[in-house]
Structures are given as structure tokens and as C-alpha cells.
Ligand binder design. Structure first.
Ligand code: NAP
Length: 477
């Protein structure tokens, strides 16, 4: 199994999304480690009512879920430290990632403050909270970039269906020109159900019963949810921050039964369509941003998107139109979007070289043992399977002499002693490259038979596994 590096997370918001995520992290930990080589420990959680609780060694997740579902305070357990609010807890505690899944009123607060605080403290941010990203997506992405941390908001647009990663990462290097889409599952479900003959009221009740609508279904109906998502696409895909005033918004509450019937008999359908277009590539120039019910002919790919499905068609140069279709809402899906972002963050943290200062110390000890001709001390620093390629081929009588294992290392020192009256390694410059150490300096040798003394620039490269050198290659420059 791959070594799973632990990523510490604080989850702010313990509603549908936060609780789903905690359950998924708890029950899926082994599979996530096996499939993705990452592991999480939840060190902080917060809700509005009970504030922020924290334990740097990891919180008891089943206990927190039990308290939450029984309506008790998450602080009703001995051990964790507690602050009255999430922002105070974030300021005073440490984690690698903030998962911000609080509710999202249209001023974007306190989500924006939470995210800014976390990024400022060197934490990555993963969020499903739409309005902070809609209003400040460009700023948050830039703050994260300059702070060297990740900022991901996949589930803000199509819940568990990935849109931002394919458009931002998959199409990196292309020039985005325009986006059209259906971005709200509840309104699409209602329009589709009405086209099938149901009344607006019945369709709305059905959407609510299916758990499609989040708290506050008005945002789905009046178009403000789709508007926030359009602003998120503008900010994170095009790099252009829009103000709500720049987006024309009409909801489905204005759509009448007779308009739906007329559309149907004309061979088309009414869909709530988000349009985002810029007069120049990369979000530059004039912007045309709107969310509104539109009559689509049946040749329009968006006309075929029905029920809870959502879709985004992104036009880019030079690829052309790229279409993403998938469920836009559902009880588990926002949590799933957050989970895939979290795994991506943990994996990217994992790919950079890990620094192991102890390897530097091992190299120093190896050099010391080498100079003292202390074979046993030298072996302490070497893996039993070590492969050593020294740079004295002429002296040692071959071009590519490789010494293997501890016996090989002993042999190397014996071979050197046979031809050299004196040897001294001096490698003052030691660079830590994670699992690889590069040391530079000089090697001074005096030949036994010639008595000649030479000093040459020398480089020593050692690769490490589990704290011991597995491969050493040296170069006389
Ligand atoms: N549910 C979905 O299908 C879905 C899909 C995509 C995106 N989202 C977005 O994801 C976010 C979470 O959704 P949800 O459905 O889980 O919402 P929710 O059920 O309403 O839960 C929101 C949680 O945030 C907490 N909270 C609110 N203000 C807080 C504060 N100042 N400090 C700490 N915690 C605070 C609430 O605490 P209390 O419990 O104490 O009230 C609650 O636990 C929202 O922004 C939503 O728009 C949801």
C-alpha cells in the first residue's frame, strides 16, 4: 500500500454537506488511502450554534456525528478545546485545509472571512459555499496562489459533477470564450415536470420532497442560485470578477403554463439558461452575463437536459465546444464534490518533494565515517541493499564499478585503502531535495604508489528510503 500522508482538516459548517463529508471520511478512510494514497484527520469542526472545537491529534468523528444528529452540542464531550465562533477557532488553531461548508447568504459572509483567514494562515481551502466564491472568487484564487496553497470550489457549480476541474485544469492553456448552461437542478426539474403536464405547485413540492432544493428554495426559483454559479464560472474559469449588477437575472417564477404548452407544440422547450460571453478571450472586454428562461429549439443540446440534470457547454480556443452533463443536485452530491476536491488537495500536497532533515544528518554521518575509515558506523547509514557507484573508476580498476549491499560497501573501502595512502572528503554544501541529498565539495587523495596528492571538486548524490541510503553515486568533477 502507498504511504498515506496525513492531511489535517478543519470543517466549518455541519449541515447536510458537512455531516455527509465527515461520515464519508470516517467510513471511507481505508479505501481513500488505498486508492489515492492520502489520509485525513479531522482536527477542527464548527457550526453556528456551538462554535469551533479542536483537537490537534484528531477529533472523535462518530461522537460528533452522534451529538449532531441527536441535536446535542458538539462541545458536549471532554477533551477538545472550544471557541465561541469559527473565526476565533481558525485564528487560534492549526490545520492543513479548511473545508468551508457553511450556509451562503448573498453577502458571502462569514464564509469569505473564514476562507481569507485560512489562506492567510497558509491553509488550503475547499468549499461548497457559493456566494463567497461568486463575489470574491478571483481574489480568493489569487490570495491562494500567492500564498502557495490550493483553493478549490468544485461543488459550488454542479454539486458532485465536476465542472471547474475539467474547465480550469483539463483545458489549461486554452482560451475560454463563452459558457452556456443549465445550472440549477430544482428549476430544471420543475420546468421538465411542467412540460410533462404537472402543475408548478406539484412540481415544486416534488422537488422539495426529493431533497433537491437546499434551504431557501426561493434562490432556485428566482434565478439567484444560477446567477451565483454564473459569477463563479466567470471568476474561476475566465479570471474575471463580476458584480451581481452585471448579471441579468430572471427566474422561472415568471414562466406560465401556456408558455410551456406553446413551446411544446412548437417543437421546443423552455429551459432556464445561463449565458456568459465576453467580447475578447480570457474574460476580457464587454461581458454579457444572464440567467433567464429561454425557448430552445430541439436542436439545441441544452433542450435535451431534463429533470435534475445540469449541463455546461464551454467554448474554448482551440478545442471548441466542450459539454459537461451530470446531476446538479442531490443529497450526497455536494459532499462528494467537496470530497474529491479534498483528495485533490491532499494529493497535490503529497507530490512535492518531502523534506527529510534526518537524511541530511545521515549523509553527514556517512561522510564522517568514510573519513575515519569506520566501516561499521558507515553501514549504520546504508540500506542492506545499497547500491554504490563511486567515481574513481581508474583507481578502482573498472569503468562502471558498482558495489552492492553492506559487503559491497566494505569491499569499496578496502579497495580504496589498497590504492590510496590518504583520502579526505569535505562536502560543506548539502542540499536537501526530499528523498535525495546532493552534497558538494572536494575530495583529496594521495596515491599509495605515486605519493602524488590531488584535490578535486566532488559531488555526492544519495537517495534515501526509510531513512537509509539506498543508492549513492559520486562524481569527480
Ligand atoms: N446541500 C446541497 O445540495 C448543496 C449543493 C451545493 C452547494 N451547497 C452549499 O454548501 C453549503 C452547505 O450546505 P448545507 O446544505 O450543508 O447547508 P446547511 O444544511 O444549511 O448547513 C449549514 C451549516 O453551516 C453552519 N453555519 C452557518 N453559519 C456558520 C458560522 N458562522 N460558523 C460556523 N458554522 C456556521 C450551520 O450551523 P448550525 O447547524 O448551527 O445552524 C450548519 O451546520 C451551503 O453554502 C450551500 O449553498 C449545498
Amino acid at each position: 500500500m502507498m504511504r498515506a500522508e496525513m492531511t489535517r482538516i478543519s470543517v466549518v459548517g455541519l449541515g447536510t454537506v458537512g455531516q455527509w463529508l465527515l461520515r464519508a471520511l470516517d467510513s471511507g478512510a481505508e479505501r481513500i488511502a488505498r486508492r489515492h494514497g492520502v489520509a485525513f484527520t479531522v482536527v477542527g469542526v464548527a457550526n453556528a450554534r456551538d462554535g469551533f472545537i479542536y483537537d490537534g491529534d484528531g477529533l472523535d468523528i462518530p461522537a460528533i456525528l452522534g451529538l449532531s444528529s441527536s441535536g446535542r452540542s458538539i462541545a458536549d464531550q471532554p477533551g477538545p478545546r472550544r471557541w465561541p465562533s469559527a473565526i476565533e477557532g481558525l485564528r487560534a488553531s492549526e490545520a492543513d485545509v479548511l473545508v468551508e461548508v457553511t450556509g451562503s447568504p448573498v453577502d458571502g459572509e462569514p464564509g469569505f472571512a473564514h476562507m481569507r483567514e485560512a489562506i492567510g494562515r497558509g491553509m488550503a481551502v475547499v468549499t461548497s459555499n457559493k456566494w463567497p466564491v461568486a463575489l470574491h472568487g478571483v481574489e480568493l484564487a489569487e490570495l491562494a496562489r500567492s500564498g502557495g496553497v490550493a483553493f478549490r470550489a468544485e461543488s459550488t457549480v454542479m454539486s458532485g459533477t465536476p465542472v471547474l476541474a475539467p474547465l480550469v485544469e483539463g483545458l489549461a492553456g486554452t482560451r475560454p470564450i463563452a459558457v452556456r448552461g443549465i445550472l440549477n437542478a430544482t428549476s430544471n426539474f420543475i420546468l421538465s415536470a411542467m412540460a410533462d403536464g404537472r402543475s408548478y405547485e406539484d412540481a415544486l413540492a416534488e422537488a422539495e420532497a426529493a431533497g433537491l432544493a437546499e434551504r431557501g428554495v426561493e434562490a432556485d426559483i428566482d434565478g439567484s442560485d444560477a446567477m451565483a454559479k454564473t459569477m463563479i464560472l466567470a471568476g474561476l474559469v475566465f479570471g474575471r470578477q463580476l458584480h451581481p449588477k452585471q448579471v441579468l437575472r430572471r427566474g422561472i417564477d415568471a414562466v406560465t403554463r401556456s408558455q410551456i404548452d406553446e413551446a411544446r407544440s412548437a417543437g421546443g422547450s423552455i429551459r432556464h439558461v445561463a449565458t456568459l460571453e465576453f467580447s475578447e478571450p480570457d474574460g476580457a472586454g464587454e461581458v454579457d452575463a444572464r440567467v433567464e428562461p429561454m425557448l430552445l429549439t430541439n436542436t439545441d443540446p441544452l433542450a435535451a437536459i431534463s429533470g435534475t440534470a445540469n449541463a455546461v457547454i464551454c467554448r474554448t480556443e482551440p478545442v471548441g465546444d466542450v459539454t459537461i452533463i451530470g446531476p446538479g443536485a442531490g443529497l450526497e452530491l455536494a459532499g462528494q464534490g467537496v470530497l474529491s476536491d479534498l483528495i485533490a488537495v491532499a494529493r497535490s500536497r503529497d507530490t512535492g518533494p518531502r523534506v527529510f532533515p534526518e537524511n541530511v544528518e545521515a549523509v553527514k554521518r556517512t561522510i564522517k565515517a568514510y573519513n575515519r575509515r569506520d566501516v561499521e558506523a558507515l553501514l549504520d547509514e546504508l540500506d542492506p541493499e545499497v547500491e554504490w557507484r563511486p567515481s574513481l573508476p581508474v583507481l578502482l580498476g573498472g569503468d562502471e564499478t558498482v558495489y552492492r549491499g553492506h559487503d559491497g560497501a566494505r569491499q569499496l573501502l578496502r579497495d580504496l585503502d589498497e590504492v590510496l595512502a590518504e583520502r579526505r572528503l569535505d562536502l560543506p554544501e548539502i542540499r536537501d531535495e526530499g528523498d535525495r541529498i546532493v552534497a558538494k565539495g572536494s575530495l583529496r587523495i594521495r596515491g599509495k604508489s605515486s605519493g602524488a596528492l590531488t584535490e578535486s571538486p566532488f559531488t555526492w548524490v544519495a537517495e534515501f528510503k526509510n531513512g537509509r541510503a539506498v543508492r549513492i553515486q559520486t562524481y569527480l568533477d
